[in-house]
Design a protein around this ligand. Structure first.
Ligand SMILES: [Zn+2]
Length: 500
């Protein structure tokens, strides 16, 4: 059997000031060593990795499939993708697929929230292009991120779409294995999938989409119970991605059965209603920084303040200074911020050398939405020029964020990196040799639930603090949605939903 594999993985935030270009795929990989590769190179890069592609390659060896590697493109969440970059990925995939025809199937790793300038549903477009080439009878199966904005076009073009079951996303590889096995069953003719998508008028912030807590925990439990029915192949709950300004952005559920359309509809209706009924649980209050500082002072010890509005893994620039400025203004003199992307300051620090002094502004240079550049005079504590880990639960995952300098501005420790770093899943202070015992406050960017997993009981407590930016958990502060279907909870009042 000959099976084509490929990856197109990006979470596009429409509120970013800059589009995502090829150079970002080339320089900021997330799960693979190289986020931009075509043909045979894909196999060399993905083989043995704990990724969806790695799982496909392993399953191919097990089943004796001959693989046709198409292309792999992935990078950190950032702005909408430039049309030319997407055209290169799409044509890179389709040309190789065309040349390899006939194939017995296609296995893909997609995100589900990739937007291209002028093309809102890029995964729907890519899947439809692949379907046109391989025809209706050839199985096309893909794994999607839990934060996918699932469209009907995507569902119609694929035989089976499978979402992650976890957030933090710790089951990526396992979903790849599962997708490959379901694909094998479809290819053998053992099952003929039928899917039903339900899409309540909901756009949810990511702040409480952790699957270990409610409301996602309840939703996933119910999904697994539904999957106990042997007629149900898969129930995927998608929290959606709030940063993509497109009509279909938001939460959904996809139910796939082995050919029973009525059952798929019944289960999807029930799951959609449950998602709708639990909607208020996704809304999470933020604490003003001054109140958080006062409470931390009273309690004593180290406190972690979570800045989700500048979540680098939600498309934030990772250079926001809003919380740091408020912390300093509240009188904190011993703190650390993790971390600020500032290539200018990194260059200055490397010029000054370890122990040298730098003067200038740090952070806030990408756009005007995450706090202004902060004037500092700081000592260079240390310099580093090697990759850092990406997730504490997977030591094989590394991220190259360019050179890193740790600055000390009168007790405020500021690690700065050349490229944006996604650090919510690691204790980057430990990685950089910074002793947290001496600090009163650390400011961490990203999702609180993931951060808590990485830091455990090291801080005395965690507070999700008020901030500003393009991942603000109060979606009314994100900016203006222009294309999203309305009305939509929680942006509008009196939104109604009745599952059909
Ligand atoms: Zn995700």
């Amino acid at each position: 059997m000959r099976v084509a594999i490929g990856e197109f993985h990006h979470e596009s935030n429409s509120f970013c000031s800059e589009p995502t270009r090829v150079v970002q795929f080339e320089t900021a990989p997330v799960y693979l060593d190289r986020g931009w590769c075509f043909g045979e190179e894909l196999l060399a890069v993905a083989r043995g990795t704990h990724t969806v592609l790695g799982a496909y390659i392993e399953k191919a060896a097990e089943h004796g499939w001959e693989l046709v590697p198409l292309a792999a493109a992935e990078t950190m969440p950032s702005g909408e993708i430039e049309a030319a970059a997407y055209a290169e990925v799409k044509e890179g995939m389709l040309a190789r697929l065309r040349a390899a025809l006939p194939v017995d199937g296609v296995l893909l790793d997609l995100h589900g929230a990739a937007m291209v300038e002028g093309l809102d549903d890029s995964e729907g477009d890519l899947l439809a292009g692949i379907r046109r080439l391989v025809g209706a009878a050839t199985p096309v199966v893909a794994v999607l991120d839990l934060h996918a904005n699932l469209t009907q076009e995507m569902v119609d073009a694929a035989d089976l779409l499978l979402g992650y079951d976890t957030e933090p996303h710790t089951d990526i590889y396992e979903r790849g294995l599962e997708a490959a096995e379901l694909f094998a069953a479809i290819a053998r003719g053992d099952v003929t999938p039928t899917a039903c998508r339900v899409h309540p008028p909901l756009i949810l912030p990511a702040i409480n989409t952790c699957t270990e807590r409610d409301p996602m925990r309840t939703l996933m439990q119910r999904a697994f119970e539904c999957e106990d029915d042997p007629r149900v192949l898969d129930v995927s709950v998608f929290a959606g991605f709030y940063g993509s300004d497109q009509a279909d952005a938001g939460a959904s559920v996809l139910v796939t059965t082995g050919g029973d359309a009525d059952l798929a509809k019944v289960v999807a209706g029930e799951m959609g209603q449950l998602l709708w009924d639990l909607r208020e649980g996704f809304i999470w209050p933020l604490t003003p920084v001054a109140d958080a500082v006062a409470a931390a002072r009273q309690a004593g010890g180290l406190w972690a303040f979570i800045d989700e509005a500048d979540d680098p893994l939600g498309g934030g620039p990772g250079d926001g200074t809003a919380v740091l400025r408020d912390v300093i203004e509240a009188g904190v003199t011993s703190a650390g911020v993790c971390m600020l992307c500032d290539p200018e300051m990194v260059e200055a620090a490397f010029r000054a050398g370890s122990g040298g002094v730098v003067e200038g502004t740090v952070g806030g240079k990408t756009d005007g939405r995450h706090g202004a550049p902060l004037p500092i005079r700081a000592r260079v504590v240390s310099l580093r020029d090697e990759a850092i880990p990406f997730a504490c639960w997977d030591p094989t995952l590394m991220q190259d964020v360019g050179r890193i300098a740790v600055l000390d501005a009168d007790g405020i420790l500021i690690p700065v990196s050349e490229l944006k770093a996604g650090t919510e899943a690691i204790n980057v202070f430990e990685v950089l040799g910074i002793d947290l015992a001496k600090l009163d406050v650390i400011i961490l960017k990203g999702l609180g639930n993931t951060i808590k997993r990485a830091y455990g009981d090291i801080p005395r407590g965690y507070v999700e603090v008020e901030s500003q930016g393009i991942n603000h958990p109060d979606l009314r502060k994100m900016g203006e949605y222009r294309k999203l279907r309305r009305p939509c909870f929680p942006l509008d009042d009196d939104v109604e939903f009745g599952a059909q």
